[in-house]
Design a protein around this ligand. Structure first.
Ligand code: ZN
Length: 380
């Protein structure tokens, strides 16, 4: 095993053993400090000290501490093997550093020039976490969470963004890693922890509504004009796209004539932004364009259109969400758990109804949740 975990009472210690294989023959005095920076970043990200905060993470009623054991070498048993390449020299002509997803003996190929954010992200893959971004037609990454009601001014999800230092891990990541590591937090730990124990127990049975901690808020500037906004989502970095989309969803007042044609763009990110923008447009033209977008080939666009219609009090968004609720869409390079989670949250928000759907549950349990949502929809 290369990523392992042990639990002693109410503390889980996760050990990440990573060996950096110097295939590029980078001089050791250069490579060693880089490996130190990466190792520290992995430690800080997953122990939640990125901004100088606690030093462990809470998981249910337990604490989780991440230990990073990084070394330079090759083939040491029990260590993930990350091959180091010079910039622009990744194998197969790819342009992105990559890491296998899993706990057992993964391999990866990283450019030596990668910064600390990329290292923290790639290490997430060694905790069995998948990417949470979508690659659009042009090959650039689109943060899958950059859809309202997520706030652009919150720190971005580390598994969805490496283009900004304003990133964090989410409770869902810790849940998923603990599940992959087969850890559980015994109920006694909740009893031993009087403060907040009731809330934590409740959370164990009812998933918390939002993974995004409202931490830093910045006053938003005016939104870009329509042409600039569409250009930014098409070509921008993931974080820039998220900011544009959130701006547009809250403040933009674009001409219907400028936005509707974007729903025919060959670029999915532009259609996605168009659906978000039309959510603020109460004209009949906008409404019918949104109804048309419910049939878009991209699940992200369908989701945005359904959300926009429900936001306008138009119930025609519900069937799309019911479909996305338990879909197996591969729009993201990870299991479609997040699409299901998002669909469920939008359903709850606009229906005021809860069926206890758990996007993380097993397929039969999810099917029961979907059936409950469908029953609710049919009975309306
Ligand atoms: Zn990744």
């Amino acid at each position: 095993m290369s990523t392992t975990a042990v639990r002693a009472n109410c503390t889980v210690t996760v050990r990440l053993q990573i060996e950096f294989v110097n295939v590029a023959a980078v001089p050791l005095p250069v490579l060693a400090p880089i490996v130190k920076i990466w190792s520290d970043a992995i430690d800080q990200m997953w122990n939640d000290t990125w901004g100088g905060r606690s030093g462990h993470v809470r998981w249910r009623c337990c604490s989780v501490v991440f230990e990073v054991d990084a070394r330079i070498g090759a083939g040491t048993p029990g260590y993930h093997q990350i091959r180091i390449h010079l910039s622009g020299d990744l194998p197969g002509g790819t342009t992105r550093s990559s890491t296998g997803i899993g706990l057992l003996g993964q391999t990866g190929d990283w450019e030596v020039t990668e910064n600390h954010v990329v290292a923290a992200h790639e290490a997430g893959h060694l905790l069995a976490l998948d990417d949470e971004y979508v690659l659009d037609g042009s090959g650039s990454a689109l943060d899958e969470h950059a859809v309202p009601p997520y706030r652009a001014t919150d720190p971005r999800c580390i598994m969805a963004n490496t283009g900004t230092t304003d990133v964090t891990q989410w409770p869902e990541h810790i849940d998923a890693a603990m599940s992959a590591l087969d850890m559980h937090c015994p109920w006694q730990c909740c009893v031993l922890q009087p403060r907040g124990a009731v809330l934590t127990l409740l959370r164990m049975f009812k998933r918390a509504p939002s993974p995004v901690a409202p931490q830093r808020r910045r006053a938003p500037g005016p939104p870009p004009d329509a042409a600039a906004a569409f250009q930014q989502v098409q070509g921008g970095r993931p974080n820039a796209r998220a900011i544009v989309a959130n701006h547009v969803s809250r403040h933009a007042d674009y001409d219907t004539d400028e936005v509707v044609p974007e729903l025919s763009s060959p670029v999915a990110a532009r259609r996605w932004l168009a659906a978000i923008a039309l959510g603020r447009d109460s004209s009949p033209e906008a409404r019918s364009a949104l109804v048309g977008a419910l049939g878009d080939e991209s699940p992200s666009v369908r989701m945005a259109a359904a959300h926009a219609l429900l936001g306008q009090g138009d119930d025609r968004g519900y069937p799309v969400l019911l479909d996305l609720l338990d879909g197996a869409y591969t729009i993201m390079r990870h299991p479609p758990t997040l699409a299901r989670d998002y669909a469920n949250r939008v359903l709850e928000r606009y229906s005021g109804h809860h069926v206890g759907f758990d996007p993380f549950a097993s397929a039969p349990e999810r099917a029961a949740g979907v059936a409950a949502w469908r029953a609710w929809y049919d009975a309306r």
